[in-house]
Design a protein around this ligand. Structure first.
Ligand SMILES: N[C@@H](CCC(=O)N[C@@H](CS)C(=O)NCC(=O)O)C(=O)O
Length: 224
């Protein structure tokens, strides 16, 4: 019954490999669980700043652990993560602001669903976290969007829109909404259950999310 569907908001940034894992699992489960998944592209840099947190990869031992962890997780989740040759340059020097503004623009223009937001986000993750490719230049964003099935003229309009005040403010608002839920990192899943927002950080909380919404966790690749 449509009215009993639980809303899950997924806040993410394509700079974050753990967000990619969370994103793919939520996309796989959106037709398995009785949920209404709302993709919430936001800016992790703003979350770090707004919450006073620091990226975990800046602690050398954590960075080494995460490299091994991501290798294992990529296989377990069946998501083709392969870290860029210089993760510090990709994550902290180049960053994801223009990419996330672009995703926000795609969301602003998309009507009747979020297929394009899903596909463009995935293509951007493929670039930065699988193929060691740039996600900052207009040509890079354009390539990702065309691969996701958008036309050249749509991409041209979206590139223009992505630098507008409207879209900058939209991304700021989404980031602020995540901060209002006490976000300190991504992915962040906000499950709306019985009028209450239950907040989960990380791509390793699916058993708990399932328990919280009264559904069954069947591993990272549910059989439908
Ligand atoms: N244990 C979590 C870790 C997620 C994680 O490290 N996310 C990063 C971004 S890729 C973050 O925002 N971390 C903030 C923190 O660890 O305080 C998972 O398995 O998903």
């Amino acid at each position: 019954m449509a009215s009993s569907r639980k809303v899950i908001e997924l806040f993410y940034d394509v700079v974050s490999p753990y967000s990619w894992l969370g994103f793919e699992v939520m996309c796989r489960y959106r037709n398995v669980w009785n949920i209404d998944l709302k993709l919430r592209p936001a800016f992790l840099g703003g979350i770090m700043q707004g919450s006073g947190n620091k990226p975990p990869g800046l602690v050398p031992n954590k960075f080494l652990y995460m490299t091994t962890d991501l290798h294992r997780l990529a296989q377990y989740f069946q998501v083709p993560i392969s870290p860029p040759a210089d993760p510090f340059e990709a994550m902290f020097e180049k960053g994801s602001l223009s990419a996330m503004r672009f995703v926000a623009a795609v969301q602003e223009r998309e009507v009747g669903g979020d297929k394009q937001v899903e596909q463009v986000s995935r293509e951007l993750w493929m670039r930065i976290w699988s193929q060691d490719k740039d996600i900052t230049q207009p040509a890079s964003l354009s390539e990702a969007a065309m691969k996701a099935g958008l036309s050249a003229s749509e991409v041209e309009e979206l590139l223009k829109l992505s630098t507008s005040k409207e879209i900058k403010d939209k991304l700021k608002r989404s980031t602020q909404e995540a901060l209002d839920h006490r976000a300190f990192g991504f992915p962040l899943a906000v499950c709306h259950v019985n009028g209450k927002a239950e907040v989960f950080f990380g791509s390793d909380r699916f058993e708990l999310i399932a328990h919280c919404i009264g559904e069954k966790w069947m591993g990272p690749q549910p059989v439908t």
